[in-house]
Write a protein that binds this ligand. Structure first.
Ligand code: PEP
Ligand code: MG
Length: 548
């Protein structure tokens, strides 16, 4: 038995046989003429497009937006165009040209200051190796029974082709928690470890593996007895998860418990898992990892899909929060020395008005199909909200001229800067609801970059200064009769829950995987606070002395 340290991309526990995915390597490949190499490239791209489209059409497909992003890159000029040019002009083999086109894109991404952008390299490399597997003829197919996928690197395309039902866990040599593979694994509840050096030398097809993200480790070929114990643990965890989910969906809480999503299809099963609605749809993910902006119709379909899936429950869609760590490369925004304090959030929308109006038109149209509310990020002044109101009126007029049906949704403001907290009473007169983004509120209140490495001890969302900010914003909202939600990570933190409920926030919005736990935790806290109140009232009644 061997045990190795890895890094966790998605938490969980898995035991099963290794299924090695050998991404296309260029080693023994026999190169032909440039015309023949280009033909092989085109055939492989067509095959990959066909398989990705087929996976996207499946009802169970969890990540249609990611498949779209994958296809955009695959067919784009920077990838396919560049590979094809290298075959023609540099006489490279198709696999070499694909690998070099990917590395050219990565060389640009690697210089970016943002971790998020640099980590996109893993997606590009995964795409290249998936394509090369097809060219060389070693594309993985669905295994006979569910297994743990292991490979140097994996692409979303490879995962889709293997079929998500066949995957118990994922283990890779390179990777990152924010790669597309990781997002897919997270949405599907698949444990994912990365960082195992020389993976293909250590793991062979059919080896027994145990992935344990609590210990950040993989165990290879443990004794039979350990495997049996792990299998029992895995089966118990799966059963417990589904029972907890069913129980939690029945529990009522006064606090509204909503889900955060980043693509429309994530809304599909939220009601079954007990979400009261969508508290934050991060719409900017529709704009990232692609060669150009999504059209009005494409956005309309995404927003309508989410709203319809929620069947009348609240569907809060945040306007694109582009900038800082979420760069849309096609927008070619000027490079900033301090992007967290630069053009981001609503500032981008007000700078690129056509883009913003397109998004607003899509949102107004989709609002006919459900309970959509619009939320605006990174607000520091009342005039910004007034500009958004103006833009919504213009978008409505444009739709009137086209004779298209629409509805004007309620407008909410994100409280994620100290400035917004200090003018919360003024903002509350303009907004129909507040949602506190504690990730950015912590960053800006404590003057600590949320992306910077090594500053963890300073990034404390439970710092008194941040909690006081939350109190102030909640007081201002309630004085003006509007509700307040929390949609940052703090909303799902067990250590914060009691404090937030005592402060009086009306809603907590968390990632789907935390819904069950948060709902039962909130129910317990509400019950405990109710009991304390009843006891206090009884005590007060006893202490009342009537005049003699
Ligand atoms: C936040 O800042 O807390 C938030 C919810 O927005 P994001 O994390 O997307 O910036
Ligand atoms: Mg934010």
């Amino acid at each position: 038995m061997k045990q190795y340290e890895c890094k966790t991309a998605q938490a969980g526990f898995a035991v099963g046989k290794a299924c090695i995915v050998r991404s296309g390597r260029t080693g023994d490949y026999q190169k032909e003429t440039p015309a023949a190499e280009n033909a092989k490239l085109e055939k492989a791209v067509a095959e990959m497009n066909r398989k990705l489209s087929a996976e996207k059409e499946k009802d169970s497909s969890a990540d249609k937006a990611l498949i779209d992003a994958e296809m955009m890159i695959l067919n784009g000029e920077d990838f396919l165009g560049e590979a094809s040019r290298r075959i023609r002009e540099e006489n490279l083999s198709a696999p070499e040209a694909v690998a070099q086109a990917a590395e050219k894109i990565c060389a640009v991404l690697q210089n970016n200051e943002s971790d998020y952008i640099r980590e996109r390299c893993e997606d590009i490399r995964g795409l290249a190796s998936g394509l090369n597997s097809l060219i060389i003829g070693s594309m993985p197919s669905a295994p006979d029974s569910p297994c743990i996928l292991a490979g140097t690197e994996l692409s979303p395309g490879e995962i889709m082709m293997i079929g998500t039902d066949s995957i118990l866990g994922i283990l890779t040599e390179t990777g990152s928690p924010t790669s597309h593979v990781s997002v897919i694994a997270g949405n599907l509840g698949i444990p994912y470890l990365y960082g195992l050096k020389d993976l293909l030398k250590k793991v062979k097809d059919g080896d027994n593996l145990i992935l344990n993200t609590e210990e950040d480790s993989v165990v290879i070929n443990p004794p039979e007895e350990t495997i049996r114990e792990a299998e029992l643990r895995q089966a118990a965890a799966i059963k417990e998860r589904s029972e907890q989910r069913m129980r939690a969906a029945q529990i009522n809480t006064r606090t509204v418990i909503c889900a955060n999503i980043s693509c429309a299809e994530e809304a599909d099963h939220l009601l079954e898992t007990g979400a009261d609605g969508i508290g934050l749809f991060r719409s900017e993910f529709l704009f990232l990892d692609r060669p150009d902006a999504p059209s009005e119709d494409e956005q309309f379909e995404a927003y309508r899909h989410a709203a319809e899936a929620m069947q009348g429950h609240e569907t809060v869609i945040r306007t694109m929060d582009i900038g800082s760590d979420k760069q849309a490369l096609w927008l070619k925004m000027p490079r900033e020395i301090n992007p967290a304090l630069g053009l981001r959030g609503l500032r981008v929308s007000l700078e690129y008005r056509d883009l913003f109006r397109t998004q607003l038109r899509a949102l107004l149209r989709a609002s006919v199909h459900g309970n959509i509310r619009i939320m605006i990020p990174m607000i520091t002044s009342v005039w910004e909200v007034e500009e958004v109101e103006k833009e919504i009126r213009i978008a409505a007029e444009e739709l009137d001229q086209r004779g298209v049906r629409y509805r004007i949704p309620e407008l909410g403001v994100m409280i994620e800067t100290p400035a917004a907290v200090m003018i919360a009473s003024d903002l509350a007169k303009k907004a129909r609801f507040f949602s506190i983004g504690t990730n950015d509120l912590t960053q800006y209140t404590l003057a600590v970059d949320r992306e910077a490495k090594g500053l963890d001890p300073y990034f404390d969302p439970m710092h008194d200064a941040v909690l006081r900010m939350i109190e102030l914003a909640t007081e201002a909202a309630h004085k003006n009769n509007i509700p307040v939600g929390i949609c940052g990570e703090l909303a799902g933190d067990p250590q914060a829950a009691e404090r937030l409920i005592r402060i009086g926030v009306d809603e907590l919005s968390v990632s789907a995987s935390k819904l069950t736990r948060v709902r039962s935790m909130v129910a317990d806290i509400e019950e405990m606070l109710d009991k304390k109140n009843t006891q206090k009232n009884a005590q007060n009644a006893q202490e009342i002395h009537s005049p003699a």
